[in-house]
Design a protein around this ligand. Structure first.
Ligand SMILES: Cc1cc2nc3c(=O)[nH]c(=O)nc-3n(C[C@H](O)[C@H](O)[C@H](O)COP(=O)(O)OP(=O)(O)OC[C@H]3O[C@@H](n4cnc5c(N)ncnc54)[C@H](O)[C@@H]3O)c2cc1C
Length: 118
């Protein structure tokens, strides 16, 4: 029977990002998925990822938009972490196998994984 230090359930972007982090930490990782990874919702996403990557942008305005967009029902601590860390994550995934096209308009930044534009 295969043995691993870490078992991740789900092969969407969240699961694969967690698996990469664990593997980079030097542990053995396995991923179990109900559907094939390319059938995960992460592959269906086409609109893009918002991240404050432009010098004229600020993660705090992304956090405010996200809180407001959730009708103030979102977990504001989680939203703060997501918006603050998004620029670093986009940069990190760009340096792996995920390529992005980047658009900045009037102080906001949107990154669309290239595969999503097909
Ligand atoms: C059509 C569409 C368009 C979208 N567009 C955008 C967009 O433009 N921008 C944006 O930010 N978001 C978009 N989203 C939302 C975004 O895709 C999701 O929020 C994101 O992909 C969730 O990632 P995830 O890794 O958490 O889940 P998923 O990518 O859904 O992965 C879940 C994984 O869990 C596995 N799983 C589920 N149940 C089990 C089980 N019981 N046992 C084992 N494995 C299981 C599945 O097989 C899958 O691999 C879109 C979603 C859809 C459907």
């Amino acid at each position: 029977m295969p043995q691993h230090d870490v078992l991740i359930i789900g092969a969407g972007l969240a699961g694969q990002r967690a698996a990469l982090a664990a593997a980079q930490g030097g542990v053995s990782v396995a991923i179990i998925s109900k559907v094939h990874p390319v059938r995960s919702h992460s592959v269906a996403a086409a609109g893009g990822i918002n991240a404050a990557i432009s010098v004229s942008d600020d993660w705090r305005s992304h956090a405010y938009d996200t809180v407001k967009g959730s009708d103030f029902l979102g977990d504001q601590d989680a939203i703060e972490v997501m918006c603050r860390e998004a620029p670093g994550e986009v940069t990190a995934t760009s340096s792996t196998s995920v390529s992005h096209s980047i658009a900045t308009t009037q102080g906001s930044s949107t990154c669309a994984p290239s595969a999503a534009r097909r």
